[in-house]
Design a protein around this ligand. Structure first.
Ligand code: NCD
Length: 307
């Protein structure tokens, strides 16, 4: 039962609960009428202290499609945060008005703090460079749809593995499935943090590797997870400029990939995937964005207790 539960990081739901969400999302996708009015009268708050397109709009679309309503803000300048209000006071207040809160905040740990003061479920839509568990639900559902299962695969994470919260969450979530191998492809400055590599992969004895060149490993991958260099988390612009075009996936580079490898990207994409790759049937990132809405519908219906 997910009713009333918070989702702060991928470990918050067990594998059976995740499986339940994925089946629900697939049911919603297959039958447009299913759960259509189930959240009538319920209110969702979307509090975005950082920019967003897909996460905020897919949550709002999800709630509206379930018959519920949304309120909130898309940038903190229009909220009392601009007057110096603490996050806990904001959350305490918003939890008086609404049935669930979706929040994105630049500070690591902000969602956990919010969950401790909220009377309603808090869903983490990204806390700084830490976690992004609903992107992980999206990614897992996409992999499951295209590969048929979540185990027995080699996934390559490529790009900014240091600041990329979607990578941290997905790497952690996949470590719970059997037969998963994880390859981390990044420049040395943007390697995945120790709490992922040592704290999870080594501790759980998950086979993993690290590489600097995508071409050295692309032929081994079943899933290639591309990411954007997270400009907003860099301390200086020169480092960003030096690293931003480190990886550019092109048609030519795809020639060495398996015929059934899939390319995921949480989006937004900047230069790391050339537009010429979009037409390749292995490029599934826009479908992934769509699955994000279905899985968020499943999540909202579940935490609101209407299914
Ligand atoms: C990601 C994020 O916000 O972490 N975007 C998203 O939610 N789909 C990835 C990114 O911004 O690069």
């Amino acid at each position: 039962m997910l009713k009333g539960r918070h989702l702060i990081e991928p470990g918050d739901f067990n594998l059976e609960e995740l499986e339940g969400l994925f089946s629900l999302a697939e049911k919603i996708e297959a039958d447009g009428a299913y759960l259509r009015e189930s959240c009538r009268g319920k209110l969702l708050a979307t509090l975005f202290f950082e920019p967003s397109t897909r996460t905020r709009l897919s949550f709002e679309a999800a709630m509206l499609r379930l018959g519920g309503s949304c309120l909130g803000f898309a940038e903190p300048g229009s909220s009392s945060a601009a007057k110096g209000e603490s996050l806990s006071d904001t959350i305490r207040t918003v939890s008086c008005y609404t049935d669930a809160i979706v929040m994105r905040n630049p500070k690591e740990g902000a969602a956990l703090l919010a969950s401790r003061v909220s009377d309603v479920p808090v869903i983490n839509a990204g806390d700084g460079g830490h976690h992004h568990p609903t992107q992980t639900l999206t990614d897992l559902l996409t992999i499951r749809r295209f590969r048929g299962e979540l185990g027995n695969l080699t996934i390559g994470f490529c790009g900014d593995l240091k600041f990329g919260r979607t990578v941290h969450s997905l790497a952690k979530a996949l470590s719970r499935y059997p037969g998963v191998r994880e390859i981390f492809i990044s420049p040395p400055e943007l390697r995945a943090p120790d709490y992922i590599i040592r704290g999870i992969l080594e501790k759980e004895m998950i086979p993993y590797g690290e590489a600097e060149k995508l071409e050295d490993v692309i032929g081994d991958l079943d899933v290639l997870y591309m990411t954007r260099v997270q400009r907003e988390r860099f301390f200086n612009e020169e480092d960003y400029i030096r690293l931003k075009d480190f990886y550019i996936l092109t048609k030519a580079r795809m020639e060495n990939a398996k015929r059934d490898m899939i390319i995921l990207h949480p989006l937004p994409r900047v230069t790391e995937i050339a537009a010429e790759v979009d037409g390749d049937p292995r490029a599934v990132y826009f479908k992934q964005a769509k699955y994000g809405m279905y899985v968020r519908m499943a999540l909202l219906a579940s935490v609101l207790g209407v299914v």
